[in-house]
Design a binder for this molecule. Structure first.
Ligand SMILES: C[S@@+](CC[C@H](N)C(=O)[O-])C[C@H]1O[C@@H](n2cnc3c(N)ncnc32)[C@H](O)[C@@H]1O
Length: 412
């Protein structure tokens, strides 16, 4: 497809509008008091088929955008089938919960359990047969793990999440004693993963985690997760709550929100296009004929990632301001789009250079390099690392990059 992006944008906006309108058409046709039931059902069927056609057109535009980024062959033959396959989960074992009942609980798992051996925190998965180069069939199977349960202290035994998410948190090299900011925290899976290193062993008495989340509903969920997974004396919201883990509700894109140069580690698991979720929504809508679940997808345009990136750049700049010199910041997304991944880091570096030229900033940053030895799943990108399910045992998508904050080189 070689259409100019602006025309594609407009065409897709129109498609989304049409889809919404035909929804309305079918609703009004169905409720018309004068229409016979057969003409009503004909009109309904016609509207459905129109909706379906338009959905296909929007979907094709979406597919072609990613085919042009990843190459036609990889996208259609490998990456897309792997993205459409069932999402994989690993069980991050909660070190704070009593593990004596785990063998019994996990005994009911169908399949061979294995440890995710490239992360330092205890994390289990069920062996799968996802072929290198992508899944070929869509399977609907129940989750391999039973629902997590509570121990006698009311702590939950494991958290189900993508192993690539755990891998990303490992890139921050969290140690006991660190002061950590998780800027976009809910529902809290990665916070739970961070805590497994932050509050175990060493000088954990001085460890601090500040979890921030702008959405009140999601913040409520986050508080519950923290209460369920961490010992009460650590968490301010628990009955015997301590000061180590705090929850805030700021808009993290705004300046002067976080204490400058306070944190040893900052994690930004940014809001992003989450294309795998969109693809699964499309499949569900096509299978069920229920197009109302496509709200998110209908908002997608070829320019969507650019809009997301503007917010993501602001988040990274605020994160760097909050980071202490020598500290490291993790930027992560579950987006497939280069614009939201390496593109954000490129924009941040450009913005910092611009500010330095104007004498506005007193810091610079360095992009840390990763080696395959450290991250056995995933691929190197210009500034970071990406796990994509066709080449990472079904895990991902998960992009991450790590920036270290440095003094400004006066000679530059
Ligand atoms: C990808 S999710 C984070 C997932 C989380 N880290 C986890 O592992 O469970 C991104 C979160 O950022 C929140 N968010 C979006 N914009 C924000 C902002 N300006 N400030 C703070 N949080 C924001 C969203 O509500 C969403 O919960």
């Amino acid at each position: 497809m070689t259409a100019q992006p602006i025309f594609v944008d407009q065409a897709v906006d129109k498609l989304a509008e049409d889809l919404a309108l035909s929804e309305l058409d079918s609703a009004t046709t169905d409720s018309s008091p004068s229409g016979s039931s057969s003409s009503k059902s004909k009109a309904g069927a016609k509207a459905k088929s129109k909706q379906y056609e338009r959905l296909q057109a929007l979907k094709n535009t979406f597919y072609e955008q990613y085919a042009s980024q990843y190459g036609h062959d990889r996208w259609y033959n490998s990456l897309l089938p792997a993205l459409l396959a069932q999402t994989r989960y690993s069980a991050l074992i909660n070190r704070f919960a009593d593990s004596s009942l785990l063998p019994e609980v996990l005994g009911s798992v169908q399949g061979d359990l294995e440890r995710v051996d490239y992360v330092s925190v205890p994390c289990l998965t069920v062996k799968t047969t996802v072929p290198e180069g992508g899944a070929t069939e869509k399977k609907k199977e129940p989750l391999p793990f039973p629902s997590p349960s509570k121990d006698m202290n009311n702590l939950t035994n494991y958290y189900l999440l993508d192993a690539a998410s755990v891998l990303a948190t490992e890139a921050l090299d969290i140690e006991p004693g660190h002061v950590v900011l998780d800027m976009c925290s809910a529902p809290g899976g990665k916070s739970v993963a961070l805590c497994q290193r932050l509050f175990t062993g060493g000088t954990k008495q001085t460890s601090i985690l500040h979890c921030n989340e702008i959405s009140p509903e999601r913040r409520k969920r986050l508080r519950n997760v923290l209460k369920d997974y961490l010992p009460a004396p650590l968490v301010e919201i628990s009955p015997q709550g301590g000061e180590s883990v705090k929850v805030t509700g700021f808009d993290a894109t705004k300046s002067h929100t976080f204490v400058p140069e306070f944190y040893d580690r900052v994690m930004i698991d940014a809001p992003c296009s989450s294309e795998r979720h969109l693809l699964h929504d499309i499949s569900k809508a096509e299978e069920s004929g229920n197009f109302t679940i496509l709200d998110e997808f209908l908002k997608w345009t070829p320019g969507h990632s650019k809009t997301m990136a503007a917010r993501q750049v602001q988040l990274v700049l605020r994160g760097l301001e909050a980071l202490c010199y020598g500290g490291t910041l993790l930027y992560a997304t579950c987006s497939l789009s280069d614009v939201e991944n390496d593109g954000v880091i490129a924009q941040v570096l450009k913005e910092l250079k611009k500010r330095q030229k104007k004498g506005k900033d007193t810091f610079a940053c360095e992009v840390l390099k990763f080696k395959k030895k450290r991250f056995p799943i995933g691929e190197k990108t210009k500034y970071g690392w990406i796990c994509l399910p066709d080449m990472s045992d079904g895990w991902g998508p998960l992009f991450f990059a790590v920036l270290s904050k440095t003094e400004l080189d006066e000679d530059e």
